[in-house]
Design a protein around this ligand. Structure first.
Ligand code: ATP
Ligand code: MG
Ligand code: MG
Length: 545
């Protein structure tokens, strides 16, 4: 159970206590028109989480009423996302399209009750008649059609006798209702389009306000949880179910605030634009806020769920700081993954007083991580350190290697710089150093004080790997479009060096590269010939003010 009881769980508990429902049934109802993103993860966590907490169940329902944008590849991505997050839907995946026949029967019933009519106004006039927030609307002349005429027209709409836009079916509610959604909402529209599942059977498709409440009812859903922008649709939801006088129990709609994250776009339309325009490598590009993207980047399902839990369930929209998500993955990996050494920008160091070679035993985990495991790190005369861990003219507060200042090589010895080798342009190409034989980690009797320990790799045994450094996809906190993309969101390093055990032992898929961040063996591009690691997140919030 989630730590804090949110307002939705309070409602669910009251409904169980009062006997309104015997079993809690929720649903996660995505439209299969794109890959799911972290906002969907929030909705999945809520719907499946509540069902699990109260021993009920949650349906995975494809809300597939829009034939032109939907596709089975998105259905598969949605199933993958739910499973990866650790949830199970009951029985088979549901599809609103499987209910098209039933929905049509309900529509006929409404027409017979005189509660729905076929309207033939052109779009512009219809809009004009709709009125404004301050002005009541005006009902269409076609609303006076007889039940017989409406039934006949509706059937012919279904049979494909009319063109797109020629007629619509509308509920007869109230054209002067203060809630604009109640002004005779459209229930069906004509759409001559091939549906990825229903094929060409239908020439009319139900709209959200008609299809959603009835799909919930058909499935026996008790709590229909959706985001705030549907608040005004709730009245229509209730109207449809109540007008049809359906046998109880019926579902009720409850709204929560949509998740928004800074530096992130989350609408599927905008994500589709990035994918189709090749601004990213695909729906699973590690920079995207899609579940597939986080997964490929190396996020764990636990970290995503912990994040969703940590932000709570709000009733008012707000934007969450992306640092909170980054914290969640860092926090999760800190206690799980092996620590290893990598050098991204190698600077050669020759230790002139060291001869031969040895293997240093080193734990994969620091003392505060309750995990076992160690590896052997080869050490010899020639090693590489990170170029930025040496400074010839160090700024104040620089604690790493300088001509005057020794440094510890992590898990190994203390070295002192003796000579700087430069090329004709004055670039440093090599450091000639000396090590202190009494300074070995774990048995240091040298008495030398150093201010820091740096990572390194042994030149003879290090493996070359590709490292992909990801940064935020957008440079602005509230990105609008392509102009806000961060041009430096991906940096590829082809010749990074890594200690051999990472490749030969593969103790894990995720690692902390000492002092660099958390990394993940790319599940798609990693091969024995070309190991590829994705940067998941840095070790600390580099944006913190
Ligand atoms: P988008 O505008 O990003 O395409 P959507 O709401 O159209 O999102 P759907 O596939 O219809 O996407 O959403 C499925 C479910 O996920 C809905 O119940 C919706 O409320 C929920 N959902 C979508 N985006 C978010 C979000 N940012 N935060 C919380 N829930 C979300
Ligand atoms: Mg939607
Ligand atoms: Mg949408």
């Amino acid at each position: 159970m989630s730590e804090h009881k949110d307002f939705l769980r309070t409602i669910v508990e009251e409904d169980l206590k009062s006997g309104k429902y015997k079993e809690i049934i929720t649903r996660f109802p995505p439209e299969p028109n794109g890959f799911p993103h972290i906002g969907h993860a929030k909705s999945i966590a809520i719907n499946f989480g509540i069902a699990r907490d109260y021993n009920g169940y949650c349906n995975l329902r494809m809300d597939d009423t829009n034939p032109t944008t939907e596709d089975t590849k998105y259905v598969e991505a949605l199933k993958d996302a739910v499973e990866w997050l650790g949830f199970e839907w009951k029985d088979n995946v549901r599809y609103t399209s499987d209910y098209f026949d039933k929905l049509y029967e309900y529509a006929i019933e409404l027409v017979k009750m005189g509660k729905a009519y076929v309207d033939s106004l052109d779009q512009e006039t219809m809009k004009e008649y709709h009125g404004t927030v301050t002005q009541p609307g005006r009902r269409s002349e076609y609303a006076e059609r007889s039940v017989e005429e409406n039934l006949d027209l509706l059937e012919r709409m279904k049979n494909g006798e009319f063109k797109d836009g020629e007629h619509v079916l509308r509920a007869k509610i109230d054209m002067s209702a203060p809630n604009m959604k109640m002004r005779d909402p459209i229930l069906y529209r004509i759409r001559h389009a091939h549906h990825y599942r229903a094929g060409d059977k239908w020439a009319i498709y139900p709209l959200y306000d008609f299809g959603h409440c009835l799909s919930d009812y058909i499935e026996g859903v008790t709590h229909s949880i959706c985001t705030l922008e549907f608040e005004n649709n709730r009245e229509v939801y209730d109207w449809v179910l109540d007008t049809l006088k359906l046998e109880p129990p019926r579902p009720y709609q409850h709204e929560f605030a949509r998740l928004g994250i800074n530096y992130t776009v989350m609408s599927k339309r905008k994500l589709l634009e990035l994918v189709n325009g090749n601004y990213v490598s695909g729906w699973d590009d590690p920079r995207l806020p899609t579940i597939a993207g986080y997964r490929r980047r190396g996020y764990t399902p636990e970290s995503i769920l912990n994040f969703c839990d940590s932000i709570g369930i709000a009733k008012a929209n707000s934007t969450v700081d992306v640092a909170q998500l980054e914290f969640a993955i860092r926090d999760d990996l800190n206690t799980k993954v092996p620590r290893v050494m990598t050098v991204l920008d190698p600077l050669k160091v020759t230790i002139k007083n060291y001869e031969g070679s040895e293997e240093l035993e080193a734990s994969y985990y620091p003392e505060d991580v309750p995990k076992e495991g160690s590896r052997k790190i080869p050490f010899s005369k020639t090693i590489y350190i990170e170029r930025e861990d040496f400074s010839e003219n160090p700024p104040k507060g620089y604690f790493r290697l300088t001509p005057e200042q020794p440094v510890r090589l992590k898990h190994a010895y203390i070295i002192t710089c003796k000579e700087i080798v430069k090329d004709a342009d004055g670039n440093i190409t090599e450091i000639i150093a000396e090590y202190n034989p009494e300074s070995k980690s774990g048995s240091d009797t040298s008495g030398i004080k150093v201010k820091s320990a740096i990572q390194w790799v042994d030149a003879a045994s290090a493996k070359t790997v590709e490292v992909r450094l990801y940064d935020r996809l957008y440079k602005n906190e509230a990105p609008e479009g392509l102009e806000d993309l961060n041009p430096d969101s991906l940096k590829i390093i082809k010749n990074a060096l890594i200690e051999p055990a990472v490749i030969t032992e593969r103790p894990d898929e995720r690692f902390q590269f000492e002092r660099q961040g958390y990394f993940y063996a790319d599940p798609v591009d990693y091969t024995d010939e070309n190991p590829v690691f994705n940067k998941i997140v840095g070790l600390k919030d580099s944006y913190a003010k």
